[in-house]
Ligand binder design. Structure first.
Ligand code: SF4
Ligand code: SF4
Length: 155
């Protein structure tokens, strides 16, 4: 069994379709809601931890994409700026999933984006603002750099 954390974005046209229900029923996926943001009649965003076999996860994500959902793999969004990071270790104290941990031999902070659940605590803890991309919305820096494929919330 694998786990994959994803940000799903539902546009106005599809936000009331039972897509999550079909993820479970048709694809046998176990899910855990990490964060959600609903703007009624406009847009829905949800960060899910999905559990299943590699094939189940691939089929499930293909299914939601075919239904018109924008899918972002969280591990591809979360970034640490290696030039800024001083390996001070402050973020490891708040990261409850061990996505950030200290290598006791080298005393460097190891970042494993696949374990990240987008809680955002490391961003608050980091004195040099090295962490980015864990917001359910789009970071302004990502928009400026053109890195994000996620549509901006139309508030
Ligand atoms: S708190 Fe920031 S600077 Fe310190 S180890 Fe974590 S990412 Fe690097
Ligand atoms: S957002 Fe930061 S603190 Fe939270 S799980 Fe991800 S790496 Fe850890």
């Amino acid at each position: 069994m694998m786990k994959k954390n994803v940000l799903l974005i539902f546009t106005q046209e599809i936000m009331y379709k039972p897509i999550i229900y079909r993820l479970v029923k048709d694809h046998d996926i176990v899910f855990n809601v990490l964060e959600s943001k609903i703007l009624p009649k406009q847009e829905g965003r949800i960060i899910l931890e999905l559990t299943g076999s590699e094939e189940q996860l691939e089929n499930a994500l293909n299914f939601v994409r075919d239904e018109g959902v924008v899918v972002e793999i969280l591990a591809n969004r979360i970034k640490r700026d290696e030039d800024l990071c001083t390996h001070c270790g402050a973020c490891t104290a708040v990261c409850r999933t061990d996505a950030l941990s200290i290598d006791r031999e080298t005393m460097e902070v190891i970042f494993c984006p696949e374990k990240c659940v987008a809680c955002g605590l490391c961003k608050l803890a980091c004195p040099v603002k090295a962490m980015s991309g864990m917001s359910i919305e789009v970071d302004p820096e990502e928009l400026q750099s053109g890195e994000s494929t996620v549509p901006q919330l139309d508030l």
